[in-house]
Design a protein around this ligand. Structure first.
Ligand code: HEM
Length: 434
């Protein structure tokens, strides 16, 4: 008898859960169906046949033009509302309607564990506070010499290629070089991965040190497992993103040599008659023109094209209320090419968009290469400093140009928007000191 009662209770609980899930799916879908939807979605394959993620992002560019605030992307039978305008994105990133990441990030779970990119609520809050010390200006300052050391290895390889009249496979070399930076800054390990195996190195303070020293108000630090997750997270979040951003930056400089010249002039003026080309931390704030070009390059092709959140409060967009639990995408690449935000000339490379007088008129949620709000990129300043050092050093030594006859590069819509096929750039040595 007792087993029968248990059996009935079990079946009732199961059915209850099933109905609740069904109800949730139906109410989510009911609301999502009221949002604008690009034409041509197949009942089974969704927008798959339109090739939404095809290299070149043509579908994405056409779609943001036609649907400049929000649209539904059908991935097979799964609908994903996608936000592409600062007004619709802002409530998500400020935490007003969403304060947690979606299941999208579970794709990286095996790699990053429960590190900062994935962790939620109280754990994320505590760890973000502890990790913020690792990116304090005093810590960042100690990395500038490391950036110089690593780019010098790259410049050595570029010298050889230039002497042989060969172009450089930029993404390949930059991935190696940024990996070298991570090993040296995170573990004080001079890997020489750009060339061959190497030795431990001593830097004033590395990332691992700062993790070991971090303590919360109760005096507790990271557990070994937490440290492993955070180290993996930083390798994951900081490596390919920076290499890819630099790849597109060098490509844009090769394509638009007038900006190369202006950056070179800026760097020449900063270095003056110093004996060495090494960039020091206080030079970084003086690289105003370089910063404009960097940001415009990141707008044109952002390294992380998509982030995602799940609603923790109902969210009404243009009269449609989406229920708690709905997963949404924020399409940063489309936001950066939204003609209603950036104008009809959004495909033009115009660093002046980021001049202070234009920035003052710009919505703070219009440029989101590093996202925004409390879950913005913790490594932003680290990445920007590194890119500045790399660009200054490379442009002092080389004139960059495109390889005549090479096809225009297109990006892959993966987690990181890397070029689909190797992207080569021609190098012409000019001057420069070591
Ligand atoms: C140009 C290079 C970079 C770009 C474009 C970039 C972009 C981003 C973006 C868009 C996010 C938000 C992700 C989301 O909400 O899902 C993010 C978060 C994050 N980034 Fe970066 N990132 C870069 C470099 C770095 C570096 C160098 C590091 C570390 C050394 C880093 C560590 C992180 C971490 C840990 C998070 C998660 C922060 C949190 O949720 O609290 N990133 N990054």
């Amino acid at each position: 008898m007792i087993w029968q009662v248990f059996g009935i209770l079990f079946v009732t609980a199961f059915l209850w859960k099933l109905l609740a899930s069904l109800n949730k799916i139906l109410s989510e879908r009911g609301a999502i169906r009221k949002l604008p939807c690009p034409p041509g979605a197949h009942w089974l394959f969704g927008h798959q046949k339109q090739g939404p993620f095809d290299p070149g992002y043509k579908w994405l560019l056409d779609t943001v033009k036609a649907f400049p605030r929000v649209f539904t992307l059908w991935q097979g039978v799964l609908p994903l509302p996608v936000l592409v305008h600062p007004d619709t994105i802002k409530p998500l990133l400020t935490g007003a309607v969403a304060n947690t990441k979606s299941a999208f990030y579970d794709l990286f779970a095996d790699w990053v564990g429960d590190g900062l990119v994935r962790s939620k609520s109280a754990k994320w809050k505590r760890n973000r506070r502890l990790l913020t010390h690792s990116f304090h200006l005093d810590v960042l300052r100690t990395y500038t010499p490391v950036f110089n050391d690593c780019v010098e290895v790259l410049i050595g390889k570029m010298d050889q290629l230039a002497a042989q009249g060969k172009p450089i496979d930029v993404n390949h070399e930059l991935v190696l070089c940024t990996f070298d930076v991570i090993l040296r800054t995170a573990f004080s390990y001079k890997s020489d991965c750009q060339i061959e195996a190497g030795d431990p190195l001593t830097t004033p303070r590395d990332f691992l040190d700062t993790l070991l020293m971090a303590k919360d108000e109760d005096g507790n630090g990271f557990t070994v497992e937490e440290m492993a997750d955070e180290v993996n997270t930083f390798m994951f979040a900081g490596h390919e993103t920076t290499a890819t951003s630099m790849t597109w930056l060098l490509y844009n400089l090769a394509k638009y040599p007038e900006h190369q010249t202006k950056i070179r002039e800026e760097v020449d003026e900063i270095l003056g008659d110093r004996d060495s080309d090494r960039i020091i931390t206080k030079d970084l704030n003086r690289m105003a023109y370089t910063t404009l070009v960097m940001k415009e390059s990141m707008r044109m092709m952002t390294a992380g094209p998509l982030v995602s959140r799940v609603l923790t409060a109902p969210y009404t967009i243009d009269g449609v209320t989406l229920p708690v639990g709905t997963m949404l995408g924020i399409s940063i690449h489309q936001l950066h090419h939204n003609p209603s935000v950036w104008g009809e000339d959004h495909m033009e490379f115009k660093p002046s968009r980021f001049l202070p007088e234009n920035l003052a008129k710009m919505d703070p949620f219009a440029f989101l290469s590093f996202s925004a709000g409390s879950r913005n990129c913790i490594g932003q300043q680290f990445a920007l400093n590194k890119i500045k050092v790399f660009v200054a050093r490379i442009l002092r030594r080389f004139r960059l140009s495109l390889v005549p006859g090479d096809p225009a590069p297109v990006a892959n819509m993966t987690v990181v928007s890397k070029p689909v096929i190797p992207l080569y750039i021609r190098l012409q040595q000019i001057n420069g000191k070591s």
